[in-house]
Write a protein that binds this ligand. Structure first.
Ligand code: FAS
Ligand code: PHB
Length: 390
């Protein structure tokens, strides 16, 4: 087989890139090691920046999102039961965020790809990128026990944090910067109305909690948990009790509980791998970076990576220029590090660290005081939360 761009990974990064390339007349094939159903079974991000929403429109797959998404102008932060609303819309000069689940976004991208008859090879085993430091890269894989090869001009490594591209590059000059947090997030998805019309981020003595949502009838909640926790040890009732312990009484009494559609524990880490280009292999999304979900940046960073990479590939094929590809890594990393800073900061302010001192706790309280009383501090938060410019 031959294609212009071989994309490894059928998550949001790979699918969005594939759709944009196709609409620009650039041929591409996507490979993933798991089934479509497996990918759609993952419950992940819920908050989209305006930039991601615009990318979905640009890719021609924004119709359902525009119909079904919830537009949020702000969110609440709770410290020691004191509630403070961050007025995103007015602090950011009129920007807001879109609440629309990653699962739905991935579904929309997959549906569009299938409707266009584009090639996605699921359950491809032992996918390997080859000769990307030369002019003729290719990808090999096994499907139904048969070895296959795809010759291409470029390879896009959109295969996430545990993907093969990171592994192949880890001893080839890639530099990785990492911070692991001493806690995780236990998440629960349920078909119950959200407790509030906007998100609520909580710093409580028992730990962080987040009240999020997917629609007016489906809610997503998280509580900070120890890294040693096993999701099998948690029932939905135990989760609801712990969540309500961490909310202000008035809010806790309004929580509508129900059976869990899904429960899972996500570890929290900050990771950046540099550079994001190795010859004709380009990394995008979680394959190159991970952020703690506190700032809702993970999926949104994948969008800006794809934006820069797509522009570079389009220039290569349509304008015969490699200027965009030559600055891809530098451009993407600039925005990535700013989002890493924001996600680290928001995680540091909102979580209870096992080893935190009384000094650390006072600093957290001072951070919250700044957000409540300084327009400059809350404006900086708002500008980062709605998304820095591409
Ligand atoms: P993905 O990991 O989504 O997709 C990579 C794809 O590559 C997968 O389908 C995988 O099967 C495939 N792949 C991997 N190795 C391969 C190989 N060797 N060969 C072929 N295919 C291979 N972000 C938020 O903003 N908010 C959140 O609340 C949030 N929660 C998260 C919870 C968890 C458990 C995780 C892991 C991430 C979470 N994220 C969250 C971040 C998440 O949304 C990512 O940013 C987003 O999935 C990035 O998309 P991709 O870069 O496409 O990577
Ligand atoms: C979610 O809805 O999954 C979500 C929302 C905001 C975050 C993290 C996760 O900061």
């Amino acid at each position: 087989m031959r294609t212009q761009v071989a994309i490894i990974g059928s998550g949001p990064s790979g699918l969005l890139l594939g759709q944009l390339l196709h609409r620009a007349g650039i041929d591409n094939i996507i490979l993933d090691r798991v089934s479509k159903e497996h990918i759609l079974g993952r419950i992940r991000a819920g908050v989209l920046e305006e930039g991601m929403a615009q990318m979905m429109e640009e890719a021609g797959v924004g119709a359902r999102m525009k119909r079904e998404n919830l537009l949020h102008d702000g969110f609440d932060m709770v410290f020691d039961d004191e509630v403070h609303r961050i007025d995103l819309f007015n602090l950011s000069g009129g920007k807001r965020v879109h609440v629309y689940g990653q699962t739905e976004l991935t579904h929309d991208l997959m549906d569009a790809r299938e409707a266009e008859g584009l090639t996605t090879i699921h359950e491809a085993q032992n996918v390997q990128p080859h000769d990307f430091d030369g002019e003729k890269p290719y990808v090999t894989y096994e499907k139904d026990g048969v070895s296959q090869r795809i010759d291409c001009d470029f390879i896009a490594g959109c295969d996430g944090f545990h993907g093969v591209c990171r592994k192949v590059l880890s001893d080839g000059g890639m530099q990785t910067f990492e911070k692991v947090y001493p806690f995780g997030w236990l998440g629960l998805l349920a078909d119950v109305p959200p407790v509030h019309h906007e998100l609520i981020y909580v710093n409580h003595a028992r730990g962080f909690a987040l009240c999020s949502q997917r629609s007016e009838t489906r809610s997503r909640y998280y509580v900070q948990c120890a890294v040693s926790e096993n999701v099998e040890d948690w029932s939905a009732d135990m989760f609801w009790d712990e969540l309500r312990r961490r909310l202000p009484d008035e809010t806790a009494q309004k929580v509508i509980t129900g059976p869990a559609l899904e429960m899972s524990i996500a570890p929290l880490r900050s990771v950046v791998s540099e550079p994001m280009r190795f010859g004709r292999l380009f990394l995008a999304g979680d394959a190159a970076h991970i952020v703690p979900p506190t700032g809702a940046k993970g999926l949104n960073l994948a969008a800006s990576d794809v934006h820069y990479l797509f522009e570079g590939l389009r220039e290569h094929y349509l304008d015969r220029s490699d200027a965009g590809l030559d600055v891809y890594s530098q451009k993407a990393l600039h925005r990535i590090w700013n989002a890493e800073r924001f996600s680290w900061w928001m995680t540091s302010v909102m979580h209870r660290f096992p080893d935190m001192s009384t000094f650390d706790r006072r600093i957290q309280q001072a951070e919250f005081y700044q957000l409540v009383h300084s327009k400059a501090a809350s404006t900086a938060l708002a500008e980062n939360y709605v998304g820095l410019p591409y």
